[in-house]
Design a protein. Structure first.
Lengths: 112, 520
C-alpha cells in the first residue's frame, strides 16, 4: 500500500498565514490610542476593540481547524517505540509495578 | 471568619478530588507523568487554560490595570489570543506527535534527541528550572496577598491583619503537593478542570457584583473618566507604542513552558487540540476583560453612601502591591461571596502551581537521574519518589523566596515569560529548520540565559520593566533577537545533524516512509 497522507491544504494554509499576519498588524491600533470613547457607556473603546480582536482570533483558529487541519500530524505520531534506531531515551513503562498510597485498578480507558 | 471557612472548605474539596483521582491512577510512571496520553478535548482545554491562567492573569492584571489602565489587555491578553493558539498549533501538536512517537515526557528529552546532544539536555534543565521558579513565586505571592486581604476580621484577634502570607503560602503548597503526589498529572488535570470552572464562574459573579455596588458599569467607568489623575487610564496615552508592540514576544513563552509541554503530551490524539485552539482565546477574554475593568474602576471607586467610610477610596494610596482585586472584593461583597471569590482566585493560582510542580519532578527524574544511573537502577515507584523529593526541594526554595520583599506580580511574570519567550526560536528551529545544529542550539541557550540574567539583574530582580531606550522596547525584544541570531549564525557555520535524525523528526507524508514495527 502506498497511501499518501496529505498535510494541510497549501492554499488554505497560505490564507491562514496571511490572515494571522494581518491580524497581528491590526493589533497596533494607533487609531484608538488616545481615544476615551465609551462603548455601551462603560467599556473604553481601546478595550472593546481588543476584546473583539480576541474573538476574531478565535474565529481564525476555528477556520484553520476546519480548512487547514494538518492530517499528516497523526502519521508523525505513529509509534516507533520498538525500533532500536529511534529509541534514544530511557523509557518510562506501561508495566504495573508496586505502588504506594492507592489500590491498583484495571487499565480501563477513560476520558480523564 | 466566613471567608476563611469557605477557603478552607475549598481546599479540603481539592484534597478530596486529588485523593479520588488517585483511584484512577494506573500505578505506572507513564500514567503519573503524562496520564497515559489519554486526555480528551474538554479536559485538555480546561487543564491547559487553567495552567496558563495564573496569579498573573487575575491578581497581576488587575494590579497592572490599576497602575497603567486598559492597555494592559492589549499588551498581554489580545496578543495571547492570537499567539497562544498559534503556539499550540505550530509547536504543541507537533511536540505531542513526536512525544507519542518517541516516548518523550520532557522538553529536555526532545531537544536531546533532536540535536543528538546529551549536553544540551543538561544545560537546558537548570535554565528551565530557574525560569519556572519566578512563575511559582508569583503564584505563592498572589495567594498570600489575596487571602490576607480577604480574611481581615477586626473582631477576631488572630485575623486583625488577615491570615499571614507565610501561612497561606505554606498551606497552598502543601495542598497542591498532596493532590499531585497522589494523582500525578491525571490528578492535576482533574483539579485544573474543577478550578477552571470555579474561577470562570466566580469571576463572572465578581464583576457583576462589584459593578452593581459601584452603581453599575457605566457609573463606575464615569467615575474614572471624571478623575483627573486617572482618566488617562481609559486610553493608552502613557503607554509607549513600541513597548505595546514588543509585548508580542511575551505570549511566545507558551511554546517553551515545560509544564505546558507535559500537558500537551497527555492528549489522546491530534484532534484533541481542536477545542483548545478555538476556545482558549475566548476564555482569555472572559477572564481578562473583567479583571482589567475592575482594576481601572478601582482607581476611582469609593465606598458607597451609608458605608462606614462613605466617599473614601476603596483602594487607598500606598496599599500593598497585588491586593487591588482582593480589596475590591472584600469591600464590595458580603463575607460569603468574598470567600467564594477568594476560592476562585486561589483556584486559578493553584491550577498553575500543580502543573509546574509536577513538571519539575518529571524533568529531574528523567533528564538528570535516569541519565546518570542505568535505566533499570530504579523501579517505577522509586522514580516517583525521586520526582517528589525534587519537587519538595524546589517548592521550599520558592517558598523561602516568597518571604522576601514582595514584587509586583505582573512585572515578575513578564520577566519570567520573557525568558521562556526568548527560547522560542530554539523550539521553532528544532521543529521546522533542518539546518539547526547542536552547536547553534547550545549557543542559543547560553546567549539567552546570559542576556536574560543580565537584564533581570539590572531591573532589580524584577522590580522594574527596564525598557530599552530610546525606543522604549521590552527587554524581551533584545533577548529574543540575541537568541535567534546566535542560533542561526552558529548553526550555519557548524555541521548539521545526521540525515537519519532529520528524517525521524521532520514530518513524513507517506505511510510507507515509517519503518515497520519489528515483529514480536
Amino acid at each position: 500500500m502506498n497511501e499518501k497522507i496529505h498535510g494541510p491544504n497549501r492554499c488554505a494554509m497560505l490564507i491562514v498565514w496571511l490572515a494571522a499576519t494581518v491580524l497581528f498588524l491590526l493589533h497596533q491600533d494607533f487609531w484608538f490610542w488616545e481615544n476615551r470613547t465609551l462603548v455601551f457607556d462603560f467599556m473604553p473603546i481601546g478595550l472593546a476593540y481588543h476584546a473583539l480582536y480576541s474573538m476574531v482570533a478565535a474565529s481564525l483558529w476555528a477556520l484553520t481547524v476546519k480548512f487547514a487541519w494538518p492530517s499528516n500530524i497523526e502519521v508523525l505520531a505513529q509509534s516507533q517505540a520498538s525500533d532500536p534506531h529511534t529509541q534514544t531515551e530511557p523509557h518510562l513503562t506501561d508495566s504495573m509495578p508496586e505502588r504506594t498510597g492507592a489500590a491498583l485498578k484495571d487499565n480501563s480507558d477513560s476520558d480523564a | 471568619m466566613i471567608p476563611l471557612i469557605i477557603i478552607c472548605c475549598y481546599l479540603a474539596g481539592l484534597l478530596i478530588l486529588g485523593l479520588a483521582s488517585s483511584r484512577f491512577f494506573r500505578g505506572t510512571s507513564q500514567d503519573y507523568f503524562v496520564a497515559s496520553r489519554s486526555i480528551g478535548p474538554f479536559l485538555l482545554l480546561m487543564s491547559i487554560f487553567g495552567t496558563t491562567m495564573t496569579a498573573f492573569a487575575l491578581v497581576g492584571s488587575t494590579g497592572e490595570a490599576y497602575r497603567n489602565g486598559i492597555g494592559t489587555y492589549g499588551k498581554m491578553a489580545s496578543y495571547s489570543a492570537l499567539l497562544h493558539s498559534a503556539c499550540f498549533f505550530l509547536v504543541g501538536m507537533k511536540l505531542w506527535a513526536l512525544g507519542k512517537r518517541f516516548g518523550f515526557v520532557t522538553q529536555c528529552a526532545f531537544f536531546r534527541a533532536r540535536f543528538e546532544s546529551p549536553l544540551l539536555g543538561y544545560m537546558l534543565f537548570p535554565i528551565l528550572v530557574a525560569l519556572v521558579i519566578p512563575y511559582l513565586l508569583i503564584g505563592i505571592l498572589g495567594a498570600g496577598g489575596v487571602v490576607r486581604s480577604i480574611t481581615v476580621d477586626p473582631d477576631i484577634a488572630l485575623l486583625r491583619t488577615g491570615v499571614p502570607p507565610w501561612l497561606t503560602g505554606l498551606i497552598i503548597c502543601a495542598v497542591v503537593l498532596t493532590y499531585i503526589f497522589f494523582g500525578g498529572l491525571r490528578g492535576a488535570v482533574w483539579a485544573n478542570t474543577l478550578q477552571t470552572i470555579v474561577f470562570l464562574i466566580t469571576g463572572a459573579v465578581t464583576v457583576w457584583i462589584i459593578s452593581s455596588k459601584l452603581g453599575g458599569p457605566a457609573a463606575a467607568t464615569q467615575a474614572v473618566a471624571e478623575n483627573a489623575d486617572h482618566a488617562h487610564k481609559l486610553a493608552r496615552d502613557k503607554i509607549p507604542t513600541m513597548q505595546f508592540l514588543t509585548y508580542c514576544f511575551i505570549p511566545l513563552s507558551v511554546g517553551m513552558f515545560p509544564h505546558l509541554f507535559q500537558h500537551w503530551l497527555t492528549a489522546r490524539s491530534a484532534r484533541t487540540f481542536r477545542l483548545t485552539l478555538i476556545a482558549h482565546p475566548i476564555f482569555i477574554m472572559i477572564v481578562w476583560v473583567p479583571c482589567i475593568m475592575i482594576g481601572v474602576w478601582a482607581t476611582a471607586a469609593v465606598f458607597p453612601e451609608g458605608a462606614e467610610r462613605a466617599g473614601q477610596l476603596i483602594v487607598p494610596a500606598g496599599h500593598r502591591p497585588n491586593t487591588e482585586l482582593a480589596i475590591m472584593v472584600k469591600a464590595l461583597t458580603n463575607p460569603f461571596l468574598a470567600g467564594l471569590l477568594a476560592a476562585g482566585i486561589l483556584a486559578a493560582i493553584m491550577s498553575s502551581l500543580d502543573s509546574q510542580f509536577l513538571c519539575l519532578g518529571t524533568m529531574f527524574t528523567t533528564d538528570i537521574v535516569l541519565r546518570i544511573f542505568p535505566e533499570d537502577r530504579f523501579s517505577d515507584r522509586q522514580k516517583v519518589i525521586i520526582a517528589r523529593g525534587f519537587i519538595v526541594f524546589i517548592v521550599l526554595v520558592t517558598y523561602l523566596l516568597s518571604l522576601a520583599e514582595p514584587r509586583h506580580i505582573f512585572r515578575v511574570g513578564v520577566w519570567c515569560f520573557s525568558g521562556f519567550g526568548s527560547l522560542f526560536p530554539l523550539v521553532i528551529a528544532a521543529l521546522y529548520w533542518r539546518r539547526a545544529t547542536k552547536a547553534g542550539a547550545i549557543a542559543c541557550l547560553l546567549v539567552t540565559a546570559v542576556t536574560w540574567f543580565v537584564m533581570f539583574t539590572l531591573s532589580g530582580f524584577g522590580n522594574t520593566y527596564l525598557l530599552i531606550t530610546p525606543w522604549k522596547l521590552m527587554p524581551a525584544t533584545i533577548i529574543f533577537a540575541a537568541s535567534a541570531v546566535s542560533l542561526v549564525v552558529v548553526s550555519l557555520v557548524t555541521n548539521p545533524p545526521s540525515h537519519r535524525t532529520i528524517k525521524q523528526f521532520m514530518c513524513s507524508t507517506s505511510v510507507n516512509d515509517i519503518p515497520p514495527k519489528p515483529s514480536s
